[in-house]
Design a protein around this ligand. Sequence first.
Ligand SMILES: [Zn+2]
Length: 239
Amino acid sequence: MKANISHLRELQAIDLKISALDKEIAAGSAEIDSRSASLEGHKDIIVQLTAKIAVCEQRRRELEGELEDEQARITERQAKLMNVQTNREYQSMLKETEDAKKANTQREEAAVQLMEQIETLTTQIEEENKICEEDEKMLAEDIAAVEKKASQFTAERNKIMKSRESMASAISASLLKKYTSIRDKRNGLAIVPVTGSVCRGCFMNIPPQLYNELMKEDKLISCPTCHRIMFHETETGEE
Ligand SMILES: [Zn+2]
């Protein structure tokens, strides 16, 4: 029984190592995913800002066209003003010209506002571009780090898997099945120490009778609460 326990403990140690490596790789991949998502978000913002600038530019060009047309009409009207016969007609044309000039002043102001808006949007794009550059740089670093880790991991995993295989072959099929089933259900931990009559898997107390049996080390005993296989360990961590 002691040999079984020690084989299971070794197997557990190997499996914990494998899952730690797996977690490290998964964490690296998650980091890459989140950075990629952030980068895409900033790129989207740039697309939106660029579209806004295009709208402003379009409106500004329209205003310039309107300004020119209006100016042409004003010039035309001013030329006609010389040949007007009646005072009423003269006053009316004078008013039309004044109104047209006012409208053009408003157009000029609107065009200036659009220019300012375009300038602000351009600054925002420059800032977003800087963020994207940083993100891209860090993303490349993250990818390189994960790739490096993954290749180290593959080499290490092959070694670990070999020792796992030989360890697993030393354990009976039924016990291995039990171990695997507990490990799957119990967060990767199938065999746990008991110190001070407390199961270190679930931190519940072991009944005294069961604890006494555990100390004898002549059969496999599972925790009544978490069902993990238990082994006795003194408080200092020595067996
Ligand atoms: Zn337990």
